[in-house]
Structure formats: structure tokens, C-alpha cells
Design a protein around this ligand. Sequence first.
Ligand SMILES: [Zn+2]
Length: 458
Amino acid sequence: MSARTLKIEDAAFVLTLDPQRTIIRGGSILIEGQKITQVGKTKDLAQIPADRVIDARNMVITPGFVNGHMHISYAHAVRGIFPDDVKDRLVTVFQLQSAMTEEEEYFTSLLAIVELLKSGTTCFMDPGSTKYPDACLQAYEDSGCRIILGECVTDIQEARKLPLFPTAEAISRTEQFIKKWDGRLDGRIRAWAMPFSAVNCTPELLKASKHVADEYGVGITLHHSSKPKFRQTCLQEHGKLPTEHLEEIGALGPNMLLAHVLGLEEAEIDCLARTQTSVVMCPSTSLKSGAGTRENCRMPEMLEKGINVALGSDSANSSNHLDIIRSMNLAACMYKDARQNTSLISAGQAVEMGTLMGARAFGLEHELGSIEVGKKADLVLFDSQRPEWQSLIDPLNNLVYSADGRSVHTVIVDGRIVLESYQQSFVDEGQLMEKVQEIGESLLAREGISYPQSWPIV
Ligand SMILES: [Zn+2]
């Protein structure tokens, strides 16, 4: 029996992200099962029948977006609680995260996934915040998303309440996690090594985690936002800058994805280029946290040296939004302003980071990131019949500078329609939001956490 066919017919534009970056005006796409089998001009595919046809007139079609760093565990339940200038935010973040129950984590993760899919993200990495993947599996299955999971481990105690283990146990847990989870749900779940960072993991743990990742043919991710104090300690203890130290212990390579990468020096950028290490930057988080775009965010320099840069949104309490279109917009604007140079980070580069480079960062570039024959059918259909998309002459500029995730009309993952006419059908959204609100209020009360609000709520 041949696979079920789905045809997306007569789109206004298809941004293929193929090697020539072809944009097809008046295009159709044929999907058989999970894969794209034809892409071309509407007239060239006109005679091909399909089991189901989506009329895509007035739609702009892009590949599904890839979010390289997105904590989906606790944040949706307590979104927006932190004052802008809060101190020790991460101490509270990990306190809240560790206080969640299995059931709570299922609901908050599901809400995060709904938000991600509705703004066009079809594949994302949860960098180790999920404590109960067994309890959340149903959410991944029902929603149809692609997710990279891993168990967060550390072996150096610190003030933040992160999962702490003896080194050997941290390593064996990493291995067990990958064995149990990698490739599940038809390959929509991938599992990686996720030691938290070089601040709270010993070089032994980092080295061993990289070995485990290499052995199982998966990736490894690490928070690598090196603050001045850590840089100082690293220089004193190892005589190297943090990224140089990672290279020296053999932790870098094409399957390593470093997150945030703020405050890097030229020599460290060279380490990344030399080892073909990927990075994921979170523009919305670095802007909100005052990271310093001019000096500390070196995205243009990294791209210039051929480093693969993905985009991430971080959690709903870091940026605090998950809309990858807004992240692309920020990436394309922040450097133009900070460096007073309009040639930095083009709209095209921003879209590449949100699609192809994200796929490459996950080691999935042969499957995801573009609309080409043979790739997985992960697609986003934008509704251009909205004021912010008009007039429609250059769809690339409109996507990055005018639109946002609210115009995402239909989303397809792995050939399956997960969002149609702005609606998903895997969960009752009203009930879900009510539930997550209750969880948030209960969590804050249980943990005795509250912050003053800027304006009086009466
Ligand atoms: Zn993170």
C-alpha cells in the first residue's frame, strides 16, 4: 500500500531554503507519508492527484522553524513573575523547577508545546529542564512536535538547586537516558547528553558526556554564557579561556551545541570554527537581561567565520516569549543598531538560523530545515491576508520585519497536520490554560515565592 498523499496547492510563495535559496511564486508541494516528494510551480504539479489537498492561495510557505534552546518545564505556570531587575533569578527558577510534580510538568509542557506549534516552531530542544519525560510523553505524542530531550546533570554543588550526582552516576544516567529515549515516536524524539555547564560540571563529566554522545551518535549541549567571574576562575585554574578549555579537554566538535555563548573573545570564536562546534543564541533573552549586544554578543563575527548559529527563545520566563519569528526579527535588528551597521545579519541569515542552521545544530540537516524533495514534511503556512503581510512583494522581508507568529495559519510536522486554520485539535486549550494557571498559583504558594508588582493590582 502506498503512503497517504497530501498536496499543498498554489501557494503565493514558497521559501524553499534550497541551496540557491529559491523562492517559488505560485508553488505547490506534494507530501507522501512523512516526506516531501515534489516541489515546484503550481502548473507543474497541477495534474498530480492527492488524498487530501490544501488550498494555499494567499499563503506564504516556509520550512518548520527550529528552536535551539527552549526550557519547557516550569515557566508557563509562573510566567512573568520576575521584576526586570530581579537578583538571583536562576536560584528561584531552579527552586520552582525542582518543586514541580509529574502531573504539573505534563500540563505546563503541553501549554509550551501549543505555544511553540502555533507560532511555527516544529522542532525544539528542551535543554534538560524536563524532570519527568515519562509523564510528558503523551504531550509529545499527542501534539506531534519534534523534541530533543536530555537529563540535566551536574557534579559540582552550587547555590542553584540543579540535579546533582556523583560524577560516575551523572555519566551513567546520561547514557541510560539516551538509550531509553533516542528515536522514540518514529524518530520525533531525540535524546542528547545535557551536562548543565562548565560552571557546575567537572572536566571529567564534560569529557565523559561528550564520549557518550559520540558513542551513541547523538549530540551534547551545554550552557556556555561565560560571566567575568567564571572567565577569571577558568584562567586561574586552567590557564585558558572557557572555550579554549573546552577544546583542550576534547569537549568541542560538530555534535556539541553551546548555548548563549556570550562574552566570547576572538580566540574562543576561533576554537568554535576550528572544531565545527555549533552555537545557539537567544536574542530575546540576551536583550532582556542586558547582556550587551555591542561587546558580548558576537553573532556577526561567528557567522563571518562560518560557525553554525541556531536561534533559541529560552524559557517563557527568560525572554519571555517563544515566537521564533520575533527572535529572527531581533537577530536581524539588534546588531544593526548596536554596531551602527545595516549590513549586519540580513533577513535571509535570520531565516537560515531559524531553519537550516537550527537543523544542522541538531545534526538533522539531512532531514529538516528546507523544503526539498526527500526532506521530512515540516512546514508552516502563513496567512498573508492580514494587514501586516501587505503589500506582498518581498516575502522574505515581510516575514522577518513585518510578520510574527500570529499569522501562522497551518502547521505540518512529519507529514501530519498539527494546526489548521489557526486551531489545534489535540487538547482543549481553555481547560489547559485554566489548569496551568492553578498550577502556577499553587506552586508559588507552596514555595513561598512572590514579587512586588510594578503597578497596583486591585
Ligand atoms: Zn537554558
